[in-house]
Design a protein around this ligand. Structure first.
Ligand code: GDP
Length: 444
């Protein structure tokens, strides 16, 4: 089936890491080559592969160790998250019109499964409780109208047709009027396909689009055409403006590259995938489900996520405990400032804190500067001094050494030590208050 090959090739990448302790620049080189090759073999376009590999490498190296999780499992997780992002992140469904009928214009080359997709989509909308009508505008292929009528009978949806003597845009216009008259919720307009993209087809689609003013314009593409499908989505979008794609024949022996490339190449989401000839073989496109199908490692992903959550929770609990016991030291101080740095610059964070938007940029810059100064002093402390600030509080010679080491004055070092002790008190009372206790010194 589709993705089998990709799944197998990626397997080689993970297996090379099984004996390593941690992901490094060096030991991910070979696995990244495997991943690159696997994606190219799946017919993902080269620029997309390059960006993907670069991004995965950067994230993998910066990951650090998660207790109990092997590096190969970590890499699976990074690749999974990048795949999900590559495919657009969230599922994007059909947008239904707020008032009046939802008009879905279907476009695509001949033989990709457009007419079949009309029937499938009609059934999908019907199951959502909508009344549906299909409109047949393919006046060129003699059997096209019959095919839609037959599908309509199969899914029990009326089909509007007006023979093959009128212009497609005129038929679409009449179909829309009829649908409105009957109070239909969803009107699906099937259009003529050509063997390849040509001016005539694009112009005709533009005319129909202008007449029916669709809520959705969906381009149907064939997964078997790989990265070409992604290119088609991009060019149809430039020409007529589309809202998404339907990827068909994902049940065949396609290599799956289209599913991975469409969003990145065209910036339009895949909204549905077709996986069979039957009318029920249409599924909304979920990037996360597709990614875990590609990797075939759902359980590993869940495991790594849990481990990461536990670590974050343990860190938070540990910090809470240290605060309550007033043991908050310079190591914690550093860890906290680094957390802040990871979340973005201080000015960014301030914007989101209530009451903080009144702080001037000048004040923020000064706060950032003083954090840097504090960091430089802490970096000049010995590990013992960081863990036990009392050592510094009691010894002027230690404070002098830190001052010299960091290029600061002894007064600055003394002030920092004093600040830490003040912080201990303040943080503890804050934590107590948040736990529902009262603030010390505030009771009668
Ligand atoms: P159109 O020319 O784009 O309207 O294409 P059709 O809807 O007539 O479909 C062309 C052929 O592809 C038909 O034989 C369909 O049964 C088949 N087909 C359409 N969608 C799928 C799919 O998702 N999977 C498979 N295996 N076949 C499909």
């Amino acid at each position: 089936a589709v993705f089998d090959q990709l799944t197998d090739s990626l397997e080689a990448a993970w297996s090379k890491l099984k004996k390593e302790d941690v992901l490094t620049k060096d030991n991910i080189k070979e696995p990244m080559k495997d991943i690159r090759r696997a994606l190219l073999e799946a017919d993902v376009s080269l620029p997309v592969v390059r960006r993907f590999v670069k991004s995965v490498s950067e994230k993998a190296i910066g990951m650090g160790v998660v207790r109990g999780v092997r590096p190969d499992q970590q890499l699976v997780k990074v690749v999974n998250d990048e795949l999900v992002g590559l495919m657009g992140g969230e599922m994007v469904g059909i947008e239904f019109a707020k008032s009046g009928p939802t008009v879905i214009l279907m476009a695509g080359l001949q033989g990709v499964g457009k007419t079949t997709a009309c029937g499938k989509l009609a059934l999908f909308c019907k199951k959502k409780g909508k009344s549906v009508m299909m409109v047949a505008t393919d006046v060129y292929r003699p059997a096209a109208i019959d095919q839609l009528v037959t599908l309509g009978k199969q899914v029990e949806v009326p089909v509007f047709e007006a023979g093959n003597q009128l212009r497609p845009a005129e038929i679409a216009k009449r179909g829309l009027a009829e649908g409105k008259k009957q109070g239909i919720d969803v009107i699906i307009v099937d259009t003529a396909g050509r063997l390849q993209v040509d001016r005539g087809m694009m112009d005709e689609l533009k005319q129909i689009k202008q007449v029916v003013n669709p809520t959705e314009v969906l381009l149907v593409v064939d997964a078997m055409t790989g990265q070409e499908a992604a290119g088609l989505v991009a060019s149809f979008n430039l020409e007529i403006g589309i809202t998404g794609a339907i990827l068909t024949k994902l049940d065949g022996d396609s290599r799956g590259g289209a599913a991975l490339s469409v969003k990145e190449v065209s910036n339009k989401p895949i909204k549905f995938v077709g996986e069979g000839e039957g009318m029920t073989a249409l599924e909304p496109f979920y990037p996360d489900r597709m990614a875990s199908r590609i990797l075939g490692m759902g359980d590993v992903l869940t495991f790594v996520e849990k481990a990461q959550e536990v670590m974050v929770k343990e860190d938070a609990e540990l910090m809470q405990k240290r605060i309550m016991e007033a043991k908050f030291d310079f190591n914690d101080f550093l860890a906290q400032t680094r957390n802040l740095a990871r979340m973005g610059s201080m000015s960014n964070i301030m914007k989101f804190l209530p009451g903080m938007n009144k702080v001037s940029p000048q004040q923020i810059r000064e706060a950032e500067k003083s954090l840097k100064i504090m960091e430089s002093m802490i970096n000049s402390m010995t590990p013992k001094e960081r863990a036990d600030p009392d050592l510094l509080a009691k010894s002027p010679s230690r404070r002098r050494r830190v001052a010299n080491g960091s290029g600061r004055s002894q007064e600055q070092v003394s002030a920092l030590v004093a600040q830490l002790f003040q912080m201990r008190v303040r943080m503890k009372s804050l934590a107590t208050m948040m736990q529902g206790g009262s603030i010390p010194g505030m009771e009668g």
